[in-house]
Design a protein around this ligand. Structure first.
Ligand code: XIL
Length: 323
């Protein structure tokens, strides 16, 4: 039976990976599949590297959860994707409450990014590279900048402050900006492309753009639009990665929905396969048992390639077919 990392590598991609979370690691039936590095060659911590988890009060860093995931990746010989340094969500109130001068918030971002990224410097050093989602979700869906403490205090400069701090802290890490609804052409993707152009023209370090890909069964963008959009990014001199793939449906799941979901997974994987600058694919957890979808999108779920009993769904074969 096919293993996803093996299939992705044979197809010339760097990895096939998954998000995971600390609370899941005590489930031995779960870890039996997670720890198979022929199935998953890359790990993203779903929550434990976020600001609220790593610097809950100013200057007090707590890395126990993050270290557990980083060590799991290291032990299993998997790439690690750091997630994330600067995001409006899951921020501790000491940051989101604001009231900072520009100098203060600049220093707060620099300290947070350099301490967090520096912590895992050179991690998984036997692997070719690892990545950081340094800036997460900076744009609104209409392509305007999200109104948060970072933008409202520093304007767009918070992006380069964070990217520069991350680059300095681990020069070998690929540094990314990551967002959703930038997977096909449109205002938000254009805004991200314009940001990449402006960073490149002012020599701010940026290696990649993460396409989250939280899709809906039957509404997944076409292969042509995914490819056109990825090509628009790689033409700017950055790589792309599919960073948080899942394809949800309105419950209950039916045979027809599962069949469409399989088709949709193939569409996404084959688009990445068609673009050499698309380096790899990460699913936002591999089993419906631990998917974030039902708690976030009411009445929806069954978004992952394995069901909640760890049985492979048609989507699993859809992924294999796509490579
Ligand atoms: C989600 C986690 O999976 C959940 O457990 C948490 O409650 C909320 O955040 N985009 C991102 C991820 O960049 O960090 C989010 O992860 C999903 C959407």
């Amino acid at each position: 039976t096919a293993k996803l990392q093996t299939v992705a590598k044979s197809a010339g991609k760097l990895y096939f990976g998954t998000a995971t979370d600390n609370s899941e690691l005590s489930d031995t039936a779960y870890t039996a599949i997670l720890d198979d590095n022929t199935m998953f060659g890359q790990i993203t911590p779903a929550n434990s590297m976020k600001w609220d988890a790593t610097e809950p009060s100013q200057g007090q860093f707590t890395f126990s959860g993050a270290d557990q995931i980083a060590n799991l990746a290291k032990t299993n010989g998997m790439l690690l994707r750091g997630h994330n340094c600067v995001w409006y969500n899951q921020l501790p109130s000491w940051v989101s409450n604001g009231g900072f001068t520009t100098a203060q918030l600049t220093s707060i971002i620099q300290t947070h990014c350099s301490t967090l990224v520096g912590r895992y410097k050179g991690q998984v050093c036997t692997c070719p590279s690892h990545s950081w989602d340094v800036v997460n979700e900076p744009f609104n869906d209409d392509g305007t900048w999200r109104s948060d403490v970072f933008y409202n205090t520093l304007g767009t400069s918070f992006v380069e402050i964070a990217l520069n701090a991350a680059r300095q802290a681990d020069p070998t890490a690929k540094i990314y900006i990551n967002d959703y609804n930038i997977e096909s052409p449109g205002a938000k993707s254009t805004a991200m492309q314009n940001l990449v152009k402006s960073l490149k023209s002012s020599n701010v370090p940026i290696d990649g753009v993460g396409l989250q890909c939280h899709f809906i069964v039957g509404e997944t963008p076409s292969s042509a639009s995914l490819i056109q959009n990825m090509n628009a990014f790689t033409a700017l001199g950055v790589e792309v990665a599919i960073t948080e793939l899942d394809i949800r449906m309105t419950l209950p799941s039916t045979a027809a929905l599962l069949a469409q979901q399989k088709t949709d997974y193939t569409t996404v994987i084959s688009a990445c396969q068609a673009v050499s600058g698309c380096v790899g694919v990460t699913v936002w957890d591999w089993t419906d048992k631990y998917s974030w979808v039902p708690s976030t999108f009411s009445g929806q779920g069954a978004a992952c390639p394995w069901d909640q009993n760890f049985q492979k769904k048609p989507a699993f074969d859809g992924i294999v077919t796509g490579f």
